[in-house]
Ligand binder design. Sequence first.
Ligand code: PLP
Length: 457
Amino acid sequence: MTIDRNRIRELCAREDARFIEERPRSMELLEKARTCMPDGVPMAWMVSAYHHAPMFVAEGDGAYFTDVDGHRYLDMNLADTSMACGFTPQPVVEAVAAQMRRGSQFLLPTEDAIAVAEELAGRFGLPRWQFTLAASSANTEVLRIARAATGRETILLFDGKYHGMLDETLLTLVDGEPRPEGLGLPKEAGRRTRIVQFNDLAAAEAALSDSAVACVVVEPALTNVGGVISPEPDFHAGLRALTRRFGSLLILDEVHTHVCAFGGLTRAWGLEPDIVVLGKALGGGIPIGAYGMTEELARFMEGTAGGEGEAADWTVRFAMRVATGGTMFANALSLAAARATLEHVLTEDGHARTAALGERLADGIEAAIRRHGLSWSAYRLYCRSGYCFAPKLSRNALEAQAVADIPLTNLMRVYMANRGVWEALEGEGPAASFAATAADIDLYLDVFERCLADLVG
Ligand SMILES: Cc1ncc(COP(=O)(O)O)c(C=O)c1O
């Protein structure tokens, strides 16, 4: 069954009007905020991510948050997975409060850094770790390490990727060429970046074959274009073989996917990256980015200082190291939060329980799609299951973009918001929170079902 476009427009107009009408306090705050912040928001994404006016939040608890007009939402966006552990996970709240009382930042290591690095090493199979404040800065650093370690400048990415706010990855293919995908990016940003389609090993081979590529950056599954795009069975093994053959490093961006399984998809799928990048949910709500690397790369980072006794002048020593770091990176508070998150929330049991919720979500979505005779499909990726507006799942960004339906996605989001469910951002997909229960997933499915009924009815 196809959905009548007029029906989408009508329903969206009705739901948008209701959204505004039922949120007078948010709209009042927005007016006030416009006088002191562009678009009335402290960070521009907060307005560009939604087709309706942004809403002001009062508080969150578990898998729910409440807006300033008193509406409560089941959170299926998880602040783009950064709040996958739920709002206010108690062990993290307590660890953060205790660390705050003892001092949050010293520009010196605390013991928690060792605990977190050891725990991540055990989970992800990479022995040595560094910490930042966000995944974007972790990705910035790993590109530099890869360039310094290989002596090459070019990087290879996959169409539909998102790796954060880096000039050289904020690129999109225009007529087959990487072009900056936002204002303010240098026109030449794409000069040393190659982009090919996900799941296309022949294209990856062609891009790597001149041995000019320092590193390939890839997510285990694409998670920023059309929900989730899964790798074909031989994709990661093939990519690993190619990177080894042509001397490029393999960087796995698990910033979104590490919440899927204990040790991320790296461990679940037996992947063998040279570097793995984490962030978002790792701090249980406190900012942190992290990357793990092989012993060989760690030695390279140490060795670039020129060896013992040499370069005693610190300015020379600094210049000879890979350009990494930031004043607040790896602060005591981030690491106390990450330790508590790993020990108490992102546990083997927590991952297994949340993955089961993801299966329940996919089963329910599939059943609802069938009941309403829609030619959509459901994808499954542990806690991160969702739906796609086509009978067949996409293999790459081109296919995902061809079936994307922004007006329909906008309607579904606002429809669900008006009924107490905060759906994922456009291009992403819903995800189960570690704080959610089966009853919460059923609430989502009930609202999803009502939305489909209204759409086809
Ligand atoms: C796969 C991936 N990598 C990196 C990032 C950058 O994360 P952050 O915005 O926390 O720096 C994102 C953000 O959405 C992401 O989805």
